[in-house]
Design a protein around this ligand. Structure first.
Ligand SMILES: O=C(O)CCC(=O)C(=O)O
Ligand SMILES: [Fe+2]
Length: 219
């Protein structure tokens, strides 16, 4: 991985044990490239869509899954209409491993299951995501989040319930956030987007993209 992929990031900030925010981790060039790739992935086949929640409401966030299809609340090999899931791009696996190494100051142990799934989330100005755990994975591998476009308030909570204590972190375009170890099962969500805060050079005129990269632990 060449150095040009990364900006000179700020120091990692530990939000809680195992949960680390690295502001400004992605270079402008890499952000631009990822925005272009997100556009390609969104077009499909098996492109971006809103999912229905078990109680019937629609999620406000639009999503596309790569590697495995996720919708509330399980992974599958194919979409509900039988379309195959788009492949997991190796670039995202490389970025995830590099992100863990920079956030924690040490690479993942050898033998750690590979990253094999990414969810690309698109938030328009009004979209939000309620407090939840990422618990459909069968492997205890840190979740890596890459952020593009508008900033948001990212609420990072505890492992017991959706309420306090939690920390509100402003995640901006280019930021990395990793949560693993004792924070792997922490509740988290996005209470709001901060419209108009994106760097215009990145090429996302409106909204926020979040790429969350995970190891499913599934065969
Ligand atoms: O958009 C974000 O930063 C969070 C996304 C998230 O928590 C998820 O996709 O499970
Ligand atoms: Fe999540």
């Amino acid at each position: 991985m060449s150095d040009a992929l990364f900006a000179v990031p700020a120091e990692p900030v530990e939000v809680s044990p195992g949960a680390v925010h690295v502001p400004g981790w992605l270079s402008t060039e890499t952000q631009r490239r990822l925005v272009e790739l997100c556009r390609e992935w969104s077009r499909g086949p098996a492109g971006m869509r809103r999912h229905r929640m078990p109680r019937g409401g629609m999620m406000s966030v639009r999503m596309v899954s790569l590697g495995w299809h996720w919708e509330p609340y399980r992974y599958s090999r194919t979409l509900p209409d039988g379309e195959p899931v788009a492949p997991f791009p190796s670039l995202l696996g490389e970025l995830a491993r590099a992100g863990v190494a920079d956030a924690y100051g040490a690479p993942l142990a050898s033998g750690t299951p590979d990253y094999d799934v990414a969810l690309v989330n698109y938030y328009d100005a009004d979209a939000k995501m309620g407090m939840h755990q990422d618990r459909e994975e069968q492997a205890d591998v840190p979740v890596v989040s890459l952020n593009l476009g508008d900033a948001c308030v990212f609420r990072f909570g505890n492992t017991e319930n959706r309420s306090r204590p939690y920390t509100d972190v402003e995640l901006r375009g280019g930021d990395l956030f990793v949560f693993g170890g004792p924070s792997r099962m922490a509740y988290h969500g996005v209470p709001r987007i901060l419209p108009g805060t994106a760097d215009p050079d990145v090429g996302l005129a409106k909204g926020r993209l979040n790429i969350t990269i995970r190891a499913s632990g599934l065969e």
